[in-house]
Design a protein around this ligand. Structure first.
Ligand code: UD2
Ligand code: MN
Length: 367
């Protein structure tokens, strides 16, 4: 009898244990399931197309799809504060000619393929920085050295794209920026695009690299013009448009070969769409332009005034919708690298400057 009662007790306990284990497994399975589902969502190019054409920023996209931002930001992250606690204000910039690109790589270990997002909070905007580029290697080293920590202090999710014009054809800054926009959108549905000369370095991190509900002109004051805005209509150097604003104006014109007025052309497009230009305060939007002479292959464009006069009539047919180019290579270095070589080009010394950024080498014909 004694034996039977202890055997029964053991049996009862075993039964409870089995039940408990079963219930725990069901709970674990339920919690794991939605995570897997989320990971399996992928943004197709069709989705990107729709999103490019749709309106609104990050929040709107969230409500539409629940992706793709969820893929990059952990659900536990709270929004970053409106004013980042990491900002330092005005800084004395230094330009050490012995600084190398490898030094900059070492300084920025948290940057992956030119991209970064704050570890502890969800960035308020995802920003693509686009740099038109050819033969300005020293400027690029200075730019990366200053801009990566600057953007990180602003707690942004960002990536830097350097759009490199291959060959010796006359430089075309505006077209390179159109290409940068189109190519960057293949990576991620960026909220905001900043069109940035490589030789301009912001001096104060309160100059926030985010987009507004109107196109934004950042470069109000610079050393080379005694920190004065040259003209109220000036729209050069560093500008930002949301993905949607840039899409609406059909991007930049592709027709400005050589120096000058492509920035005015964008301003005309913006005004034509009844948008206004906003600027940060003069004491914050200060830049140092690294000294340079006019580059070979970027001579003054003699047609610039004529072209500008035609913008109101031509903007629809000249811009993102007519931007044809050939991508020669796409390098993502140093920590993960994916090479896309459409043409078996000899690797030039330019590739060493691809380390910190995403670099697109492009070639196009002057029409
Ligand atoms: C002014 C504007 C610039 C643009 C240009 C006219 C300012 C501060 N900037 O710049 O936004 O409107 O006039 O086209 O007012 N680049 C190269 N390699 C070259 C040539 C140019 O990388 O061979 C790139 C580089 O990013 C450079 C940018 O194009 O910063 C503008 O060219 P620039 O610096 O020669 O012209 P700048 O300073 O007069
Ligand atoms: Mn310049």
């Amino acid at each position: 009898m004694g034996f039977c009662s202890s055997a029964c007790k053991i049996l009862w306990r075993t039964k409870y244990c089995v039940l408990l284990i079963l219930s725990l497994s069901v709970v674990a399975w339920i919690t794991a399931f939605p995570g897997e589902t989320l990971k399996s969502i992928r943004v197709s190019s069709a989705t990107t197309q729709t999103l490019v054409k749709g309106d609104g920023l990050r929040e709107k996209l969230h409500s539409m799809t629940g992706a793709p931002d969820d893929l990059n930001t952990s659900p536990q992250k709270v929004d970053c504060p409106k004013v980042s606690p990491l900002l330092q204000g005005a800084k004395n910039l230094s330009f050490d000619s012995s600084l190398t690109l490898n030094d900059v790589v070492t300084e920025n270990e948290k940057v992956r393929e030119g991209e970064y997002e704050p570890p502890d909070c969800a960035a308020r905007q995802s920003v693509a920085i686009l740099i038109p580029f050819r033969n300005r290697e020293r400027h690029l080293v200075y730019f990366l050295h200053h801009l990566h920590p600057f953007l990180q202090r602003q707690q942004l999710h960002y990536a830097i794209y350097v759009i490199n014009q291959a060959g010796n054809v006359t430089f075309n800054r505006a077209k390179l920026l159109n290409i940068g926009y189109l190519e960057a959108l293949k990576d991620y549905n960026w909220d905001c695009f900043i069109f940035h000369d490589v030789d301009l370095i912001p001096e104060n991190d309160h100059n926030l690299y985010v987009c507004e509900d109107q196109p934004k002109h950042f470069m109000v004051a610079r050393n080379s013009t005694r920190y004065k805005l040259m003209s109220p209509s000036y729209f050069g150097g560093v500008t930002a448009l949301t993905r949607e604003q840039f899409f609406q104006v059909n991007g930049f014109s592709n027709s400005y070969w050589g120096w000058g007025c492509e920035d005015d052309d964008l301003r005309i497009r913006v005004r034509q769409h009844k948008m206004t230009i906003v600027r940060p305060p003069e004491d914050v939007a200060r830049y140092t332009m690294v000294f340079h002479k006019r580059d070979k292959g970027n001579e003054v464009n003699k047609d610039r005034s004529t072209l500008k006069g035609q913008t109101p009539k031509n903007w629809r047919n000249d811009g993102l919708t007519s931007c044809s180019y050939k991508t020669l290579s796409l390098d993502r270095l140093p920590l993960y690298s994916s090479h896309l070589k459409l043409k078996n080009l000899a690797v030039t010394k330019k590739t060493q400057f691809h380390i910190q950024s995403q670099v697109l080498s492009t070639e196009f014909r002057k029409r």
